[in-house]
Design a protein around this ligand. Structure first.
Ligand code: PMP
Length: 361
C-alpha cells in the first residue's frame, strides 16, 4: 500500500501494509491477448440463451444465497451432488475462501511456481506460510518427487493444471500420487481444464476425500466479465467453505447467466476444440520466428523473446497488441504470455513479432 497516508499506516493491520491493489497493467489496445480470455465471438445459441435469461431476472430480490438451481445444474453436468458444489464470484473468491478456511497462522501452503500468483497472495493475507517447489527452469515442468515430499508436510497444496503461465497439464496419475501422500487438502485448479487433453481430476473425487477441483466460466465459456467460478469437492469441505463465504457474493445476474451457459455448454465446448487447433497454429507460427514456445494445454502460450520487456511495449505502442509481460517475474526471464486469439488476431501477433525480432514470416 505504497500510497497510504500516515494515518492509514497506523490504522491498517501491520501484516497487510505491503499489499498493493491488483493491477493487470492494462493498456487500451485494438487486440488484447493479455488476460487469457476467450476472444472468439460467443457461440450464437449460448449468447442468445444468456441474454434471454438476463432479460427476465427480477432485480429487486436478493439472489438465492445457496445458488441451488445453479449448483444442481453444475452437479448434474459433472455427475456429483449439490452438496459437492460451491459457486463463487469468479474462481478468485473460491480460492480466497480456501485460504480463509484452511490456511492461517501455523498452516503451510505448498505451490509450484512459476504459477498463478494469487495463491501466494491470499495465503499471505491470512498469515499462511508458503513453501515453493520451483519448476524446472528449462522445461517449466514441476518436480513431482519434490512436490509429493513437500505435500506430506502441507495443510494445503495448490496444483494448476494446465498451469498459468507455463501451459503444462499434470497427469491424473501424478495428482493421485500427491493425494495419497498429502494429509492436507489438495487444490487442483482447472481454470483452463477444458482446453487440455490431459483429462480432469474430477474422477478422483470418488476415491479421495482431500481433493477440490476449481473450474470457471471465465475462460472456455468466454464469460470472464460475468464472474462465476465453481469448486467441486467433498461435502464436508464445501460445508466449511460455505460457512465463511459472504451470503450474496454471486448476484442474480451471474447466477442466471451461468445457468443458461451450463445448459448450453455443448456450444462452448465445441468452440474450445477450434481454439485448441488455433493454439497449435499460433505456436507453429511463433516457433517459425525462432522463438522458444513451451507446449501448452491451455488457451495461451508462454514465449521467450529476447528483450521481452521492450518487445511487449512496442507491440502495444506500434501495433496496438497487448500481451502479458512476465519478463520481470522470478523464473520467467524474457517471457511473454500470449492468449490464443482469433486467427486474424494471431496472424497480427505473428506479423508484429516477426517485424520486432527481425524475421520474415
Ligand atoms: N486460476 C487460474 C490458474 C487463473 O489463471 C485464473 C484467472 N486468471 C483463475 C483461477 C481465476 O479466474 P476467475 O476468477 O476469472 O474465475
Amino acid at each position: 500500500m505504497a500510497g497510504l497516508s500516515e494515518r492509514m499506516r497506523q490504522m491498517v493491520r501491520p501484516e497487510l501494509k505491503d499489499f498493493e491493489p491488483y493491477d493487470p497493467a492494462f493498456v487500451p489496445c485494438d487486440i488484447n491477448l493479455s488476460a487469457n480470455e476467450n476472444t472468439w465471438p460467443a457461440p450464437a445459441g449460448l449468447s442468445a440463451a444468456v441474454r434471454e435469461a438476463l432479460a427476465t431476472v427480477p432485480l429487486n430480490r436478493y439472489p438465492d444465497p445457496l445458488a441451488n438451481e445453479l449448483r444442481d445444474a453444475i452437479a448434474a453436468w459433472h455427475g456429483v451432488e449439490r452438496e459437492n458444489v460451491l459457486v463463487g464470484d469468479g474462481g478468485d473468491e473460491l480460492l480466497f475462501l480456501l485460504f480463509l478456511a484452511f490456511g492461517g497462522p501455523g498452516r503451510v501452503l505448498v505451490d509450484c511456481p512459476p504459477s498463478f500468483t494469487v495463491y501466494g497472495l491470499y495465503a499471505s493475507m491470512v498469515g499462511t506460510t508458503v513453501e515453493q517447489v520451483w519448476r524446472d527452469p528449462e522445461t517449466m515442468l514441476p518436480d513431482l518427487e519434490a512436490l509429493v515430499d513437500a505435500g506430506r508436510r502441507a495443510d494445503l497444496v495448490a496444483v494448476t493444471s494446465p498451469n498459468n503461465p507455463t501451459g503444462d497439464a499434470i497427469a491424473r496419475g501424478d495428482i493421485e500420487r500427491l493425494l495419497d501422500a498429502c494429509p492436507g487438502l489438495v487444490l487442483v485448479d482447472e481454470a483452463y481444464g477444458e482446453f487440455s487433453e490431459a483429462g480432469t481430476a474430477l474422477p478422483l473425487l470418488r476415491t479421495h476425500d482431500n481433493v477440490v477441483v476449481l473450474h470457471t466460466l471465465s475462460k472456455a465459456f468466454g464469460m470472464a466479465g460475468v464472474r462465476l467460478g465453481y469448486l467441486l469437492g467433498p461435502a464436508d469441505v464445501i460445508d466449511a467453505l460455505s460457512a465463511v463465504r459472504q451470503p450474496y457474493s454471486v448476484g442474480v445476474l451471474p447466477q442466471a447467466a451461468a445457468l443458461a451457459a451450463v445448459e448450453h455448454r455443448d456450444d462452448a465446448l465445441a468452440q474450445v476444440a477450434a481454439i485448441r487447433e488455433e493454439r497449435e497454429r499460433l505456436r507453429a507460427g511463433l516457433l517459425g520466428l525462432g522463438l522458444t514456445v513451451w507446449p501448452s494445454d491451455a488457451n495461451f502460450l508462454l514465449v521467450r523473446v529476447p528483450g521481452a520487456h521492450e518487445v511487449r511495449a512496442r507491440l502495444a505502442t506500434d501495433f496496438s497488441i497487448l500481451v502479458r509481460d512476465f519478463s520481470q517475474a522470478p523464473g520467467l526471464a524474457d517471457c511473454l504470455r500470449i492468449t490464443v486469439g482469433t486467427p486474424a488476431e494471431d496472424d497480427a501477433v505473428i506479423r508484429a513479432l516477426a517485424a520486432l525480432v527481425g524475421k520474415e514470416c
